[in-house]
Design a binder for this molecule. Structure first.
Ligand SMILES: Cc1cc2nc3c(=O)[nH]c(=O)nc-3n(C[C@H](O)[C@H](O)[C@H](O)COP(=O)(O)O)c2cc1C
Length: 196
């Protein structure tokens, strides 16, 4: 089995990147393959352009960079997103990746004559690993954890028919030893598809 691990963080030496790498190690240890899509280093452009809007309106073909991202998701049996929480959501770079890549005709199709919608990512399994500086109590008291689940797990992935298999907030990411999170990440990678 093959996983695409996507990260959005400006520093390659960050905990976010280390966790992504550790998930990869776990996958490899269990006999699977993986690719890391480091959106920051690769310079993915998250700005939604008139060309993207034309795709949304079914009036133009996909731009090459979007087609390349869709191809690497198509190659994967599972998609793992690893990102820091910014303002109780995903970083703008990751959100722009979703905006542009999860496009009409590929992620869903709402151009049907009868006004219905087809969810086109029913085969895709998704795992979300979200680093959170704040603690669990703050997320619960303000409803941030639930808000993120509704917007991201349900609003993006369920909307396209993908299955969110796991969705974790790694609380107090700055206040604990990285080893705690790296161990969890390795286990997640190992268990993602089970042992070959
Ligand atoms: C712009 C910005 C916004 C942030 N917003 C939140 C937030 O809303 N909730 C939260 O729990 N942590 C927030 N954080 C903290 C980061 O999610 C946390 O520090 C995370 O561990 C950063 O990833 P890193 O450890 O890989 O650098 C924010 C950090 C930055 C830089």
């Amino acid at each position: 089995m093959h996983a695409l691990i996507v990260t959005a963080h400006p520093e390659p030496q960050s905990l976010t990147h280390s966790i992504a790498a550790q998930i990869g190690e776990g996958l490899a240890g269990a006999g699977h393959t993986f690719e890391i899509a480091d959106l920051a280093t690769e310079g993915f452009d998250p700005r939604f352009t008139p060309g993207d809007l034309a795709v949304h309106r079914d009036k133009a073909a996909r731009p090459a960079d979007v087609a390349a991202e869709q191809a690497r998701i198509d190659r994967a049996d599972a998609l793992v997103l690893v990102y820091p929480v910014y303002w109780w959501s995903m970083p703008g770079l990751m959100k722009g990746w979703i905006d542009r890549v999860f496009s009409n005709q590929w992620a869903f199709d709402f151009t049907l004559q009868d006004g219905g919608m087809v969810k086109k990512l029913q085969h895709l399994k998704v795992h979300l690993v979200q680093l959170a500086g704040a603690d669990a109590g703050l997320y619960e008291r303000h409803g941030y954890a639930n808000a993120m689940k509704v917007q991201i797990d349900h609003g993006i992935f369920d909307f396209c028919g993908a299955t969110v298999v796991s969705s974790e907030l790694l609380f107090e990411s700055e206040g604990q030893a990285p080893a705690v999170f790296l161990e969890r990440a390795g286990k997640l990678g190992m268990a993602l598809f089970g042992t070959k």
